[in-house]
Design a protein around this ligand. Structure first.
Ligand code: HEC
Length: 357
C-alpha cells in the first residue's frame, strides 16, 4: 500500500510539470528540462526557416507541390502545398545559452538561438488529442536568433582546383555527449563539432579534415576567431548577436518599437523566450513565475535580508542574472540578455501588470 502511494507521488512529480508551462508551449512533448553544456539535448525534427537565403539552401528542392495521397486510395485528386520547413536538420540544445540547427542536406550550421529550445506543439500535436495540424507541423523556435547563415558554405574545398560544393552527409556520433557531424565534399572527409564558447553568445566550430591538402574558411557578418593546429585541424569561434526581426525575415510587429511600451514588453516575453522558464500565472517553471514579482520582497541566495523587486532589481536580473540569484533556483540557468534599454523597460512595464492571482 505504502509503495503505491509513493509511486503515485513519484508520478505526480514526473507529470506534474505539465502544468508548469505558460501558454501551452512545449519545449518537448513532456517538457523535459533543457539540455546542459555537459549533456545537450539532440533532436531530429522539422525546422522552421527563419529567413535563410536561397544560397544557403542551395542543395534543397524548395517549394515542390506534391500529389495528394490517401492511405486507403493512394494518389488522389489535387496537390498538397509544400511543407515550409527544413526536413533534414538536427537540433542541439545546451541549455538557455545556446541552441542550434545543423542541416544534413547542406552539411552546415543554419542558425543558432538562445533562451529556450523548441516549442514542439505543432509537430507532435496537442498531447490531449494527439493530433497535429495537417501540413503546418513545423515547431517554433523559442528564444531570439543570434546567428543566421548567409551566402555560400563557409568551408571551401578544392579538388584539383575545382571547388566542390555537393556535400554528402555520413551521420553523426556523440563524443562526450556532443554530436560530431561527418560528411564528405569531393575528396575531403570532414568532421565538425559545434560547442558553446566561453563568452555569452559565442560558439565554437571545431573542424578536423582529411583527404585533401588544403581548405579555405570564410564567413562574413560575424566576429570570428580562427585558431589552428594545422591547416586541416582548426576551430572557429563565432560571436553571434541578437538579430532583429527584419534580419531574420519575420513579419513586422503590430506594436510600436520606438518607446518602451507594454505591448512590446508582452511580445518580447514570447520572442526572447522568457516564457520558456517564467510563467505569468504563478506556476513554478525553470525559473520563478512573474506573477506578483514586481514590488515584492525576494529571497536571494546568500543574502540574509530579502530584496525589493523594484525596477532596478528587474533590470539587473535581465542584464546580469548571476548578480542576485533567487533562493531555490539554480544559478547560471538564465542567460544574460544584453538587449537595448527600451526592450528592458518594455519588459519592466509588462512585469508591473502581473499581479499575484
Ligand atoms: C532558461 C530559463 C530562463 C530564461 C529563458 C529566462 N529566465 Fe529569468 N530566470 C531564470 C531562473 C532560473 C531565475 C532564478 C535564478 C536567478 O535569479 O538567476 C530567473 C530569474 C529572473 C528574474 C528575477 C525573478 C524573481 O523572482 O525575483 C527576472 C526578473 C527574470 N528572470 C527575467 C527574465 C526575462 C525578462 C527573461 C526573458 C528576456 C528571462 N528571465 C528569461 C531562468 C530563465
Amino acid at each position: 500500500m505504502k509503495s503505491k502511494i509513493l509511486f503515485a507521488l513519484a508520478m505526480l512529480a514526473l507529470f506534474g510539470s505539465h502544468s508548469l508551462m505558460a501558454e501551452d508551449r512545449y519545449i518537448t512533448l513532456d517538457n523535459k528540462p533543457l539540455g546542459t553544456p555537459e549533456k545537450p539535448l539532440v533532436l531530429r525534427t522539422y525546422f522552421p526557416d527563419p529567413g535563410l537565403g536561397r544560397e544557403v539552401l542551395a542543395n534543397h528542392d524548395l517549394g515542390f507541390r506534391a500529389r495528394k495521397y490517401s492511405p486507403g486510395k493512394g494518389d488522389v485528386e489535387g496537390l498538397e502545398d509544400p511543407i515550409r520547413g527544413i526536413p533534414g536538420a538536427i537540433g542541439v540544445n545546451f541549455g538557455a545559452g545556446l541552441s542550434y540547427c545543423w542541416d544534413a542536406t547542406e552539411c552546415r550550421l543554419l542558425f543558432a538561438w538562445q533562451g529556450g529550445f523548441l516549442d514542439m506543439l505543432n509537430y507532435w500535436g496537442d498531447p490531449e488529442s494527439g493530433r497535429r495540424k495537417s501540413n503546418g507541423y513545423i515547431p517554433d523556435l523559442v528564444g531570439p536568433l543570434i546567428y543566421l547563415a548567409r551566402g555560400s558554405h563557409p568551408l571551401a574545398v578544392f579538388d584539383d582546383f575545382v571547388e566542390s560544393n555537393s556535400p554528402v552527409f555520413k551521420g553523426y556520433r556523440l563524443i562526450d555527449n556532443v554530436p560530431e557531424f561527418e560528411y564528405t565534399q569531393g575528396k575531403a572527409h570532414i568532421r565538425v563539432r559545434i560547442v558553446p564558447g566561453s563568452e555569452p553568445m559565442t560558439f565554437v566550430k571545431q573542424y578536423s579534415i582529411s583527404g585533401v591538402e588544403e581548405v579555405a574558411y570564410l564567413e562574413s557578418g560575424y566576429k570570428q576567431k580562427v585558431e589552428s593546429k594545422d591547416p586541416l585541424n582548426f576551430s572557429v569561434t563565432v560571436t553571434g548577436r541578437l538579430l532583429s526581426e527584419s534580419e531574420s525575415g519575420e513579419l513586422a510587429p503590430d506594436y510600436s518599437t520606438e518607446k518602451p511600451n507594454l505591448e512590446w514588453g508582452k511580445a518580447l516575453y514570447t520572442q526572447l523566450g522568457c516564457l520558456a522558464c517564467h510563467s505569468t500565472d504563478g506556476t513554478r517553471g525553470h525559473g520563478p513565475s512573474f506573477a506578483g514579482t514586481f514590488g515584492s520582497k525576494r529571497k536571494i541566495t546568500g543574502l540574509e535580508e530579502p530584496v525589493l523587486a523594484d525596477e532596478t532589481y528587474i533590470v539587473e536580473s535581465i542584464k546580469d542574472p548571476m548578480a542576485k540569484v533567487v533562493d531555490g533556483f539554480p544559478p547560471g540557468y538564465m542567460p544574460p540578455y544584453p538587449i537595448p534599454d527600451e526592450q528592458i523597460q518594455s519588459l519592466v512595464l509588462f512585469l508591473q501588470t502581473l499581479k499575484n492571482e
